[in-house]
Design a protein around this ligand. Structure first.
Ligand SMILES: NC(=O)c1ccc[n+]([C@@H]2O[C@H](COP(=O)([O-])OP(=O)(O)OC[C@H]3O[C@@H](n4cnc5c(N)ncnc54)[C@H](O)[C@@H]3O)[C@@H](O)[C@H]2O)c1
Length: 272
């Protein structure tokens, strides 16, 4: 994918999927502007992007706060002059509990990060792209955008809503040179998946990851790089006629849910 002369803005850039996407944009020649609440991780990723030869800028920001979102968008434009690709990706897993016991404060935080954060990103990046008359946005949904999954109700609700926002945005701006799609990762081996595996499998992280990954025909978790490849495709000119979709990167899980893929397949916890 050729991103030479273009700028990619990535939120959640300190995390597994965000950092892989930042590096992939950089490999395609983009300048990359990184955003995360975790300043230490952000600096590490910025170093890696810079070593890859790309222009890099970064800002510590909480995607739930409108002023901080406004500032990171302005920072990207001031640093590189445009935002051509926006990976609207920051997210948290939140509490693991049945709805009958789900903590209200945990619900509010998950909705704030995973839904309001995505909305605020769209709210402040879309005007920039509409002024440019060009741009591509990829929101991070999930397998949980398309199915009801147990024990992560707030996450499930927010990720369904991310797909709704994606479709609304595509309908609103598709005739003005801006495309908005979502990537729907399945079980991807990052801090988040391991945290969920820990909660869902009584502290046995590797066993939990294996059980969750076993729900997909691939029989293994995906890598952040496998998600990053699709994100960069959706953000590139190669996807110029792709708009308003939720694109699974899940080793076949969504297409085959309900099938039994292997002797070790579990039909239990399918988060995220
Ligand atoms: N790993 C998976 O299996 C999986 C599956 C489906 C969807 N996803 C989604 O992918 C995205 C990235 O997750 P990941 O797996 O890389 O996890 P991760 O925990 O490695 O990365 C998430 C990043 O988001 C940042 N973040 C959290 N709250 C923030 C806030 N308020 N403001 C700014 N940054 C914030 C974190 O600091 C972290 O660096 C999330 O939206 C997640 O829901 C992940």
């Amino acid at each position: 994918m050729d991103f030479r002369g273009r700028t990619a803005l990535v939120t959640g850039a300190g995390g597994g999927i965000g950092s892989a996407a930042a590096l992939r944009f950089a490999a395609g020649g983009a300048n990359v502007y990184l955003v995360d609440v975790d300043g230490a991780r952000l600096e590490q990723v910025a170093d890696a992007v810079s070593r890859a030869g790309a222009g890099v800028g970064f800002r510590v920001a909480d995607v739930t706060l409108a002023k901080e979102v406004e500032d990171y968008v302005a920072g990207a434009v001031e640093t590189f002059g445009s935002i051509d690709a926006f990976f609207n990706n920051a997210g948290i897993e939140g509490p693991v509990a049945p709805l009958a016991e789900y903590p209200e404060d945990g619900f509010d935080r998950v909705i704030a990060v995973n839904l309001k954060g995505v909305f605020l990103g769209l709210r402040h990046v879309l005007p920039v792209m509409l002024d440019q008359g060009r741009g591509a946005i990829v929101n991070t949904g999930s397998l949980a955008s398309a199915r009801g999954l147990p024990l992560t109700g707030a996450y499930n609700a927010a990720k369904h809503a991310v797909l709704g926002l994606t479709r609304t945005a595509a309908a609103e701006v598709g005739s003005r040179g801006v495309r908005v799609n979502a990537v729907l990762p399945g079980m991807i081996d990052t801090r988040m998946l391991r945290s969920l595996a820990h909660s869902l499998n009584d502290g046995d992280v590797d066993g939990g990851v294996a059980a969750m990954a076993g729900s997909a025909p691939a029989g293994r978790p995906g890598t952040p790089e496998e998600v990053a490849a699709v994100v960069c495709f959706l953000a590139s000119d190669a996807a110029s006629y792709v708009n308003g979709v939720g694109w699974p990167v899940d080793g076949g899980a969504l297409g085959t849910m309900g099938n039994s893929h292997s002797a070790t397949s579990t039909q239990g916890a399918r988060t995220p």
